[in-house]
Design a protein around this ligand. Structure first.
Ligand code: 6CS
Length: 318
């Protein structure tokens, strides 16, 4: 039996590490019966293409990051609300791996689109790479800022003061090179592997967002699996929750040094609490706008997530 798994990233990136380990564990736990074939970014299309392929059943698994899933499963855009997730990534890990709001509430929104939400995990703090120094919303005046394709990101970056442009990531390097765009945002491991630092001058940490991703399966495929296979997938998920959290942290830890070595002239700026507060204030209404636009259970999901994050922060620290 073959399961096809498409990722939104390249070999050696976080999603690839996940898929590789998934492949290994599925093979082992199925006694060699199931072979997972991994397709990296571009082999089957862009981020939005692989979601469609999974929903239609042409492939069984894919990564579908909230940053790109917004027109398909609009409710998932709650993960795009600036400053929603914790600055403590242990909190995010706990919420993303076991939250009832995600696996009971949001998962219904996936099912209605032919997808089964398998897992969620964080990929690291998202860092702005720009050609000019940005420390206040005013500094974003006239900056053409590339965001992923979910509509909430357009709203967010407008609220921050920039001119957002939505693109698949394959167009980002050349876009920066030719000044079709002036800036973009991604976790540091990805800025390193996709070489976005080569065509920008500043790395700016504003604390606004943790990159999150989902792994989805085709819903009919999942429902048709035997109880044994469903249990196998459940066991693999639990093992991978810890594995991928450590793996992404390692990859992100090493990436900044690699960038500094490859480009000593790169300037790294960490916005302080007052500077961050200005961006948070500017984007205050983004969550409410999302609730108004998407409707349905979005208001409840957002409130419940805030509650879960708050509770985990009490337990694990901010
Ligand atoms: O910027 C993007 O669109 C891409 N960034 C990451 C970290 N993963 C895949 C995604 O498509």
């Amino acid at each position: 039996e073959e399961w096809k798994f498409a990722i939104e990233e390249s070999t050696g990136d976080v999603q690839d590490l996940y898929a590789q380990k998934f492949k290994e564990l599925v093979k082992e736990k199925s006694g060699g019966d199931v072979d997972v074939t991994i397709y990296t970014y571009g082999q089957l299309g862009t981020e939005n293409d692989i979601t469609e392929l999974t929903a239609s059943g042409a492939i069984q698994f894919s990564n579908a990051s909230p940053g790109h899933l917004g027109t398909f499963v609009p409710e998932i855009q709650v993960f795009g609300v600036p400053y929603l997730l914790s600055q403590n990534n242990d909190v995010n890990k706990a919420v993303l791996s076991e939250s009832p709001t995600i696996y009971k509430g949001l998962s219904k929104d996936f099912e209605s689109k032919g997808l089964k939400l398998y897992t969620m995990y964080p990929e690291g703090e998202m860092v702005w790479t720009t050609k000019k120094k940005v420390e206040t919303p005013k500094d974003f005046d006239g900056v053409k800022f590339r965001v992923m394709t979910s509509p909430i990101l357009i709203d967010s970056y407008k609220s921050f003061g920039a001119d957002p442009v939505a693109l698949p990531w394959g167009e980002v390097y050349s876009g920066l090179q030719t000044s079709v765009i002036d800036a973009q945002v991604n976790p540091i491991f990805f800025i390193e592997s996709a070489k976005f630092y080569e065509v920008t001058d500043y790395l700016i940490y504003a604390g606004q967002q943790q990159y999150t991703t989902t792994v989805v399966t085709n819903d009919a495929f999942y429902k048709g699996l035997s109880d044994d296979r469903k249990k196998l997938l459940k066991d693999v998920k639990s093992e991978l929750d810890d594995y991928i959290f450590k793996a992404q942290a390692d990859l992100n830890d090493k990436a900044l040094d690699k960038i500094k070595k490859a480009k000593p002239s790169i300037k790294v700026i960490k916005l302080d609490a007052d500077q961050r507060a200005k961006f948070e204030e500017a984007s205050k209404s983004v969550g409410d706008n999302l609730v108004k636009e998407v409707g349905g259970d979005t208001e409840q999901v957002l409130a419940d997530l805030r509650d879960e994050i708050g509770k985990k922060e009490k337990e694990l620290g901010k």
